[in-house]
Ligand binder design. Structure first.
Ligand code: NAD
Length: 299
C-alpha cells in the first residue's frame, strides 16, 4: 500500500516536526491534539520550522508555504483519522495516556490504518493489545530536529506483520529519513543502546576523578576520529536531562557513585546555570567551544 494520508497524534516537540516533515515531502497530514489551544501551539511551533527548513535545507518560500498548506488541524479523533493510511503517535511518554489513546484509536480508525509509536523508552508490545490490531502496529522512532538528524528507527514487536514493517520502511524513506530496521524489540532502540552506556562510562570516569571532561573527550576524538566526545554530546542533550536520568537510576539502585554524580552535576553545573549548549555553557563554553579549536587534538 502506498500511503497518502498521514495523521500525527500529539503535536508537541516531535509531533510537530514529524507532521511538517511529512507535509514537506508531499503527504496530506492531519495534526491531532487534545484541544484547540494545543493545536494553536502546534501551528505556532510549525510556523517556526519554516525558516529552519529554508536555512538548513535551502527550501524556498513557496516550498515551505506549500508544505504548511498540506496540513490540517483537528481535535476530534474520529475526524482526524477518518482517511488515515498511517497514524504516527507522539503523545506524552506516559503508559496510561498512551494505553487510553490506543484503546480509543483502535475503535475509531478505519481497518486499513497502520499505527506507529514514536515512543523513546516504551516498547510497542506494551500497547499492541490496546490497539486491537497488533499486526498493524510498530515503532517508528525519530530523533529531535528530524529534518537534519534524519534517523528513523523502525522496530517490530513480536506480532507486527512483516508487510506492514516493509511499508513503514518505504514511508520513512519517502519522507527523507534513513530507515534503520530493528527486527526485534530493544529498549533504547539502536542509538540509545549504544549511547547511554557510552555516556554513563564517561560520567563514571569523571565522578571517580580519573580525568577531566576535556581529556576524556580528547581521548575519544583522537583515537576514533569522532567529531564529538561524550561531554560535548551531554552538552547537546542538556545536563538537566542527564541529571534526571542519573537521579532516577540512583533512586532505583541506591548506588553511592550515582548519588555522587548527581550531586556533582547539580552543584558544579546546574546550580551555576551551566545547563549545556542551549544555555551557553555546560562542560564547555559556547559558541566556539574549545573542542572545535584546531589545537584541541594536538596536546
Ligand atoms: P511534548 O510534551 O512536546 O508533546 C506531547 C503532545 O501530546 C502535546 O502537544 C500534548 O498536548 C499532546 N497530548 C497529550 N495527551 C494527548 C492525547 N491523549 N492525545 C493526543 N495528544 C495528546 O512531547 P514530545 O517531546 O514531542 O514527545 C512525544 C513522544 O515522542 C514521546 O513518546 C517521546 O518519547 C517521543 N520522542 C521525543 C523526542 C524528543 O526529543 N522530545 C525524541 C524522540 C521521541
Amino acid at each position: 500500500m502506498d500511503y497518502q494520508n498521514i495523521t500525527v497524534a500529539g503535536s508537541g516537540v516531535l509531533g510537530s516536526q514529524i507532521a511538517y516533515q511529512s507535509a514537506f515531502k508531499g503527504f496530506n497530514v492531519t495534526v491531532y491534539d487534545i484541544n484547540d489551544e494545543a493545536l494553536k501551539n502546534a501551528q505556532d511551533r510549525i510556523t517556526k520550522l519554516k525558516p529552519l527548513y529554508q536555512k538548513d535545507l535551502g527550501a524556498t518560500q513557496e516550498e515551505v508555504n506549500a508544505a504548511y498548506a498540506r496540513l490540517s488541524f483537528k481535535s476530534d479523533l474520529s475526524e482526524a483519522v477518518a482517511n488515515a493510511d498511517l497514524v504516527i503517535e507522539a503523545i506524552p511518554e506516559v503508559v496510561t495516556i498512551k494505553t487510553e489513546f490506543y484503546t480509543n484509536l483502535g475503535k475509531v480508525a478505519p481497518a486499513k490504518t497502520i499505527f506507529a509509536t514514536n515512543s523513546s523508552t516504551l516498547l510497542p508490545s506494551q500497547f499492541a493489545e490496546a490497539t486491537g490490531r497488533p499486526e498493524k502496529f510498530l515503532a517508528l522512532h525519530f530523533a529531535n530536529t528530524i529534518w537534519k538528524n534524519n534517523t528513523a528507527e523502525i522496530m517490530k514487536h513480536p506480532g507486527t506483520d512483516m508487510n506492514v514493517f516493509d511499508e513503514v520502511v518505504k514511508f520513512a524513506l519517502a519522507i527523507g529519513m534513513v530507515p534503520l530496521q530493528l527486527y526485534k524489540e530493544q529498549p533504547g532502540y539502536i542509538l540509545n543502546s549504544l549511547l547511554v552506556p557510552f555516556l554513563d562510562a564517561a560520567e563514571s570516569l569523571l565522578v571517580k576523578e580519573i580525568a577531566d571532561p576535556e581529556t576524556i573527550d580528547k581521548t575519544w576524538m583522537i583515537a576514533t576520529g569522532a567529531p564529538l566526545g561524550p561531554f560535548a554530546i551531554l552538552d547537546i542533550i542538556g545536563i538537566n536531562t542527564s541529571l534526571n536520568i542519573v537521579e532516577a537510576k540512583a533512586a532505583a539502585t541506591n548506588d553511592e557513585s550515582l548519588n555522587k554524580l548527581a550531586n556533582l552535576l547539580r552543584t558544579k553545573y546546574i546550580e551555576k546555570g551551566k545547563l549545556g549548549r542551549a544555555s551557553g555553557e555546560g562542560f564547555y563554553k559556547y559558541p566556539n567551544p574549545s573542542f572545535e579549536k584546531p589545537d584541541f587534538l594536538k596536546g
